[in-house]
Design a protein around this ligand. Structure first.
Ligand code: FES
Ligand SMILES: [Fe+2]
Length: 276
């Protein structure tokens, strides 16, 4: 991957300490969506961000207060991300905090419909010349981790969007074999949609009550089958929305809710899922 240009240095008055380049198997839409998605930072990137408090957001970008670390080591910064679609780039600025004044410029190059090259340039004020390379390497390493995490999210969402979800076949019946019943939770597919089947135990639930919930989050199709159900709720790993698997309601304050699911019926013939 080689791009003959000097991306950010032409406009930034700060010192350039390093770059990070990567080819990504995603479309421009998924990439922009990801850049604008402030909400996923403390969930998908929990090793880098502790919390985020959005000040304002829109198609232009976002501004937010973020924290990392905890206790005496907690660091709070204000970040701003501005997306410039015409220039195919976004600039993230540290408005306050330990790296106040730092700018990260990300340029995108479309290689094919779902292949992008990104070039990320790091500009940090007040770094002595002899320390720039080291600081640049640290930024590049941090970005590598962030993109490792982001690429799964972007490709996972694209895969879900590509799936044609036709109407439900109301007559479809799915039998759960004894082996399947013995290895809960399980993912099953009915009418082209994936669901998680499990049993609820403990306080507040009927005796070993069956539950079925969609494997995709109603927010942005995140994988609800990648986190374990806890006390009748499931937390989406992408933005942290929490859903009550019995009622389908989002109990973490969002307006979305889980979609329609098949019901589990037990009879002498066995256990099966049906649309009721
Ligand atoms: S995809 Fe955003 S919370 Fe699930
Ligand atoms: Fe991200």
């Amino acid at each position: 991957m080689k791009h003959e240009f000097v991306p950010a240095a032409c406009n930034s008055r700060l010192d350039h300490v390093g770059s990070y380049r990567r080819r990504l198997p995603v479309s421009l839409d998924r990439m922009y969506e990801n850049a604008l998605d402030w909400e996923h930072l403390p969930h998908l990137h929990s090793s880098s961000f502790g919390s985020i408090d959005c000040v304002s957001a829109g198609g232009w970008g976002w501004q937010a207060t973020v924290s990392s670390g905890s206790g005496d080591d907690e660091i709070v910064s204000e970040l701003e991300l501005r997306l410039d679609r015409d220039a195919r780039r976004w600039i993230t600025r540290n408005l306050s905090g330990p790296n106040a004044g730092a700018e990260i410029w990300t340029h995108v190059f479309v290689v094919a419909d779902r292949v992008l090259d990104i070039v990320v340039d790091f500009f940090v004020p007040n770094v002595p010349a002899e320390a720039r390379e080291k600081v640049g390497r640290a930024y590049a390493k941090a970005y590598e981790v962030l993109y490792d995490e982001d690429v799964d999210m972007m490709t996972g969402r694209q895969n879900q969007l590509d799936l044609r979800l036709d109407g439900v076949d109301e007559s479809e019946v799915l039998k759960l074999s004894p082996q399947t019943q013995g290895s809960l939770p399980v993912s099953v597919t009915m009418s082209g949609r994936r669901f998680v089947v499990d049993r609820l135990e403990g306080e507040g639930s009927k005796d070993n009550e069956w539950v079925v919930y969609p494997a995709q989050c109603p927010h942005q199709l995140g994988p609800l089958d990648e986190t374990p159900m806890q006390e009748g709720t499931v937390r989406c790993p992408w933005h942290g929305y929490v859903f009550d698997v019995r009622t389908g309601e989002c109990v973490s304050g969002s307006h979305c809710r889980l979609g329609r699911v098949p019901r589990v019926l037990e009879s002498e013939e066995g256990v099966e899922l049906r649309w009721l």
